[in-house]
Design a binder for this molecule. Structure first.
Ligand SMILES: [Zn+2]
Length: 281
């Protein structure tokens, strides 16, 4: 595992991680070396929470991607005070989003420690689920978020225009988060106009991702969030290793530099945004 960075002076939270994959509750899908490495490190939820807290990352939102993962994350959030959950069927699994499954997702979404419906959205990079299934599942999750009053956490991979269009057509919930924001500055303007939150992850630190730093410059600080997507997408200088929520300070410092802000000022803004999106902690 990567060494811990210098702690932040203020408190901040990780808006998107996958604790179940990190602790090996779920078999990493075959050929997924990052998840396998994370699981080999033998982490527990307690250890992850403790290591995060030690660097100023005091809250985590652990995100579901299928029914089993959503149930597990909701259970963990029920017993860990500073862990909150998101529940949904991932667009790559959209073929599994039957009405029975969606009914259970909605039931879980109603629980108080579950603060988000996600991750849902559209993924045109992978064709594991058909576009028809992905669109139907995305629209159903938007409605669940509206009925339960929870934030909508969006996975948008190479599908920017369609994600924005479906949100506009369906009517967006009050709080919308683009998880691991991957658009350019032009799209960030559109998100800002619509009041959508942009959650920046490890790639904003990558040398070849100037477009993400341009997007971060455009994104108003009132709409900024940070996340790891752990165990995936580790920030520089830890590419190739498993990611963990305790690496959030590296993303915060990169974003602060891009925004020309003090890290403390940025963490305060992000923490306030977190409560606006996910509710009072
Ligand atoms: Zn994720």
């Amino acid at each position: 595992m990567p060494v811990a960075p210098e702690p932040l002076t203020g408190e901040v939270f990780d808006s998107h991680c996958h604790l179940d994959i990190m602790v090996g509750n779920r078999q990493a899908s075959s050929g997924d070396p990052v998840a396998q490495a994370a699981q080999a490190a033998g982490a527990s939820v307690e250890k992850i929470v403790e290591e995060s807290r030690a660097v100023g990352v005091t809250r985590l939102v652990t995100i579901g991607y299928d029914l089993a993962s959503s149930r597990w994350n909701a259970d963990v959030a029920r017993v860990h005070r500073d862990v909150y959950a998101g529940v949904a069927i991932h667009p790559n699994e959209a073929h599994a989003a039957t009405s029975e499954v969606l009914a259970e997702i909605e039931e879980l979404a109603g629980e108080p420690q579950v603060r988000a419906v996600g991750e849902t959205g559209l993924d045109y990079y992978r064709d594991w689920a058909s576009k028809d299934d992905q669109h139907a599942s995305f629209r159903a999750h938007i409605e669940i978020a509206k009925r339960t009053g929870k934030a909508l956490v969006i996975h948008d991979r190479e599908a920017h225009d369609d994600v924005l269009r479906v949100l506009a057509e369906q009517g967006a919930p009050d709080a919308v988060v683009f998880h691991s924001y991957s658009g350019d500055a032009e799209m960030a303007k559109k998100c800002a106009e619509a009041g959508y939150f942009m959650s920046f992850s490890g790639p904003v630190t990558y040398k070849n991702a100037g477009y993400l730093r341009e997007a971060a410059q455009v994104a108003p600080k009132e709409l900024l969030l940070v996340e790891t997507d752990a165990p995936y997408l580790p920030p520089v200088p830890h590419r190739g290793k498993p990611n963990a929520p305790y690496l959030i300070p590296l993303i915060v410092r990169c974003l602060a530099e891009v925004k020309g802000m003090e890290a403390g000022e940025l963490t305060a803004a992000i923490s306030a945004n977190g409560e606006a999106v996910f509710g009072a902690w």
